[in-house]
Design a protein. Structure first.
Length: 152
């Protein structure tokens, strides 16, 4: 496999019949972009015939990750990627700023930040973050199984 990051496509050796779908979009890092990210995600997952539960979870995850990028970084834009491969849907959001230690889960009732990541943690099969390869920010990602149109 060739080098890449969550937002840079890798060369994939797909077995016959394997389907890989990828969609990227960039938005200004403004609060109103969160609604735009939800709309774009919902529309694309509808085109990919992603089932209702997976689609709804993905829209919530995108909303939380874009909100965090807008609120907690000094970014001017946010990059989003949706990738479907081998029964999984991977969501990646890249910001341009850095917060020491990356995103944190809020654990206490008085913790004002990190509660959205608790939601991501409960919806996603896996999630995490890493520095962007070009040293210009952070990528936060989440994966969940995708369902077909006939799913609930």
């Amino acid at each position: 496999m060739a080098p890449g990051s969550a937002l840079i496509p890798r060369l994939m050796d797909l077995s016959p019949g394997a389907e890989a779908l990828r969609y990227c979009f960039a938005l200004p890092a403004h609060p109103e972009s969160v609604a735009a990210a939800r709309r774009l995600t919902k529309a694309r997952l509808g085109e990919w015939r992603t089932g209702g539960d997976a689609r709804d979870a993905a829209v919530l995850i995108v909303s939380e990750l874009v909100t965090n990028a807008v609120v907690h970084t000094s970014s001017t834009r946010v990059l989003c990627e949706l990738r479907r491969l081998d029964g999984r849907l991977r969501i990646s959001v890249q910001d341009q700023g850095r917060r020491p230690g990356g995103p944190r889960l809020g654990r206490g009732a008085d913790d004002e930040h990190g509660r959205g990541l608790l939601l991501v943690d409960s919806l996603a099969g896996a999630w995490g973050s890493h520095d962007a390869g070009d040293r210009s920010g952070r990528i936060v990602w989440a994966e969940l199984p995708h369902g077909s149109e006939h799913s609930c």
